[in-house]
Design a protein around this ligand. Structure first.
Ligand SMILES: Nc1ncnc2c1ncn2[C@@H]1O[C@H](COP(=O)(O)OP(=O)(O)O)[C@@H](O)[C@H]1O
Ligand SMILES: CC(C)(COP(=O)(O)O)[C@@H](O)C(=O)NCCC(=O)O
Length: 390
């Protein structure tokens, strides 16, 4: 079972956490490659500072309104979509579905409506109904991506960062100066959205050359058995063995008149046409590296062109393709920097793969739980930690 579970609230925790408190607000993003789960649990832990039980009820005031404070954790998990039965079993085993779009204190019989987004919310609706008795309440994928990105960017301390030359630098997000930005979600395919505010956005572009392309082609070309194995391979490879560089065409020289150095890739995989080699003559690690570079570079370039179209300086990249992988982020960042001549900035998100699921989670606010959602949001700035198994 490919289970990646993390949570907000336990720094550095990468092991699956079986929540001990009451679970609620399970939200799903069922994509072409991965199913992402976000859910909340109250905690039975005792707070070190106050000595109170975490589930003990506290109150805060917002204006004249009094809100109960629920202390707890946000959990993140993912499964490969092809292993949907493992996901169903995980939900069943942990009874994650018994606290959906109802108030926490509602009876379990009322709780079988779960927020879900992504194409799989349509494709697998009957399966969820049949196996778990869950009715999937479908939320639009683009709405959820934007809601999730805005929520993470505003609510989580050190969510966004730049990555250049192996250096990660966290970006301070000014809530009053976040918009407009370009959101590039690299899932199986790629969606590009111009975001102008909460719920204000337009999908301006997309490309079918995305994470599914990398994993699909990579699997065929290298015989890797998992995505992580392919990423690991790419780490050890040398793309110059298979990519045709400007120097290969120009006899080792730069083409300086048009600003191309001899080491610039002139043609990804281009050497494979001039060599009298078979696939088996290339090392899988070199193929993996070349493929990762080609796809990351292409996405970086298309993103920049769209940012240019709308005069956007900030580009946030999400989606599980990135996977916190240094070479992927570096290639995307270099592409954006190169093409924009340093004008635009590529930024990455710590909860990169959970934008849609987080947005679906936030959409519980629409069904009468606004006060509760407000309280949940108030927890995040103080309890953030890396999520997922990255
Ligand atoms: N464990 C994994 N299994 C398969 N793909 C993975 C895995 N981890 C990361 N990926 C990458 O993430 C992509 C899916 O990203 P995601 O944002 O979940 O999109 P989707 O919603 O289309 O499933 C895959 O196409 C692949 O490139
Ligand atoms: C169809 C999708 C929105 C589905 O989202 P995904 O499961 O890939 O995250 C996405 O794959 C996409 O935007 N593809 C690119 C299609 C295009 O604009 O050419």
């Amino acid at each position: 079972m490919d289970l990646g579970v993390g949570e907000l609230g336990t720094p550095g925790n990468s092991k699956p956490h079986q929540p001990s408190g009451q679970i609620s607000h399970l939200a799903l993003d069922i994509g072409g490659s991965l199913i992402k789960l976000v859910y909340f649990s109250t905690s039975d832990d005792v707070d070190d500072e106050t000595g109170r039980s975490a589930t003990e009820s506290l109150s805060v005031y917002n204006g004249n309104k009094k809100y109960p404070v629920l202390k707890g954790r946000l959990h993140f998990a993912k499964f490969e979509t092809t292993k949907i039965y493992d996901c169903l079993e995980f939900i069943q085993k942990n009874q994650l579905h018994l606290g959906g779009c109802q108030h926490l204190e509602a009876s379990p019989i009322d709780k079988a409506v779960i927020k879900a987004t992504g194409g799989g919310a349509y494709k697998y609706a009957d399966l969820f109904q049949e196996k778990l008795g869950i009715c999937l309440d479908k939320e639009d994928e683009m709405d959820c991506l934007v809601a999730g990105a805005n929520f993470l960017l505003k609510g989580i301390h050190q969510e966004a960062f730049t990555y250049m030359d192996g250096q990660k630098e966290f970006v301070q997000i000014d809530h009053n100066d976040l918009y407009p930005y370009l959101l590039v979600n690299i899932g199986s395919g790629v969606s590009m959205l111009k975001v102008d505010g909460d719920g204000k956005f337009e999908r301006v572009s997309g490309t079918n050359v995305g994470g599914g392309t990398f994993w699909g082609l990579g699997r065929l070309l290298t015989n890797c058995k998992s995505f992580d194995e392919l990423l690991e391979l790419s780490h050890k490879g040398n793309n110059r063995v298979i990519d045709m560089l400007v120097g290969d065409i120009y006899g080792g020289m730069d083409y300086s008149k048009i600003g191309l150095s001899s080491t610039t890739i002139a043609s990804s995989f281009g050497k494979a046409i001039s060599d009298s080699k078979e696939l088996a003559d290339y090392r899988p690690e070199d193929i993996a590296r070349s493929l990762l570079r080609m796809i990351s570079n292409n996405i970086g370039q298309i993103s920049y062109l769209n940012a240019l179209r709308f005069g956007l300086k900030r580009i946030f990249f999400g989606g599980f393709f990135i996977r916190g992988h240094a070479y992927t982020m570096d290639t995307i960042a270099v592409a954006v920097h190169f093409w924009s001549k340093g004008e635009a900035k590529a930024m990455f998100l710590r909860h990169e793969g959970f934008l849609g699921a987080s947005g679906a989670f936030m959409s519980y606010g629409k069904c009468g739980l606004d006060d509760l959602m407000v309280q949940l949001i108030q927890q995040f700035p103080f309890t953030a930690s890396p999520a997922g198994d990255t």
